[in-house]
Ligand binder design. Structure first.
Ligand code: C2E
Ligand code: MG
Ligand code: MG
Ligand code: MG
Length: 279
């Protein structure tokens, strides 16, 4: 009897699993085509100094519009790309594209690019970064690479060594979505991150006066200060959230309140007095 039920549950599950695998396979195929056919593009979201309100940087965010399926979120296709070993070519394309845009912006404006932990397990990643920098002519100090805490789980793959090599080039490193993943504070002293990005979930909590979120942001800011790092509050949507994270000492802010991810030409319009570097 128990066996029969188990079997029933199993049978009920299978079509769903199958559909999921099928969806992943379709995304993978379409993604390969997207890379070849230029269906990817990059949007840029401003990062703002919490005190002065100036734009101090942009985060590059990849976008994919499939000709039939329409826009597909990176939250959906990036994990598929990671599994299908497509994240390296996609990531390198985003990196080159973002660096080539960033040279048109004022020199104190940084460009942040997301990097999957998977990319850091290939020693060739450093060479790809060096090549993007030299091809675009971007000063390495203007490039920031964002990695999530998952990078700490790829110990033994050489990922942490790659981070050291990137730091040695003068590139900035940020720890993205901090507090949502596998955090081990020991790693913060092992690798010299420049910035900790505090995940939006804490920002929302803090503005709702949730004691835990307030305490976590306060603790992260203190930790960052004492380790010589700065903090960015992610996903700031309202004046109340801005006031709160500012009061808690976050140095930089990013979110819809300041600007949605935008086209490069609109990003450039934020610096009306800046002379574009002519090609
Ligand atoms: P992330 O790096 O944490 O990027 C921040 C995400 O929050 C972006 O979502 C951004 O559009 C969104 N966001 C910004 N401000 C707000 C706000 O005020 N409210 C809310 N609710 N959301 C806000 P997006 O663009 O959909 O990207 C999702 C994730 O996909 C990124 O999270 C990042 O992990 C990944 N991703 C995006 N582009 C790339 C890429 O080029 N390479 C890799 N490896 N991952 C990428
Ligand atoms: Mg990011
Ligand atoms: Mg984030
Ligand atoms: Mg994220």
């Amino acid at each position: 009897r128990a066996k029969g039920e188990g079997g029933g549950v199993h049978r009920a599950y299978e079509p769903q699993l199958h559909a999921l695998a099928e969806e992943r396979r379709l995304i993978e195929l379409a993604l390969r085509e997207a890379l070849e056919k230029d269906q990817l593009h990059v949007l840029y979201q401003p990062v703002v100094d919490a005190e002065g309100g100036c734009v101090v940087g942009f985060e590059a965010l990849v976008r994919w519009t499939h000709p039939q399926l329409g826009p597909i979120s990176p939250a959906k296709f990036v994990p598929v790309a990671e599994e299908a070993r497509l994240i390296a070519p996609i990531g390198e394309w985003v990196l080159r594209t973002a660096c080539m845009e960033a040279v048109n912006w004022p020199e104190d404006v940084r460009i942040a690019v997301n990097v999957s932990a998977e990319q850091l397990t290939h020693a060739s990643f450093v060479a790809a970064v060096v090549s993007a920098l030299s091809y675009s002519g971007l000063d390495p100090r203007r490039l920031e690479l964002e990695v999530t805490e998952s990078v700490f789980m790829s110990e033994g793959t050489g990922a942490l060594k790659v981070l050291d090599q990137l730091l040695a080039l003068g590139i900035h490193l940020s720890l993205d979505d901090f507090g949502t993943g596998y955090s081990s504070l020991g790693y913060l002293s092992r690798t010299r991150f420049n910035t900790i990005k505090i995940d939006r979930s804490f920002v929302v909590g803090a503005s709702n006066n949730k004691a835990e979120s307030l305490a976590i942001i306060r603790a992260v800011v203190t930790l960052a200060d004492s380790l010589g790092m700065t903090t960015t509050a992610e996903g700031v949507e309202t004046q109340a959230e801005l006031d709160m994270v500012r009061r808690l000492g976050c140095r930089k802010v990013q979110g819809y309140y300041f600007g949605r991810p935008m086209l490069a030409r609109d990003a450039g319009l934020l610096f009306p007095h800046h002379q574009r570097r002519s090609a």
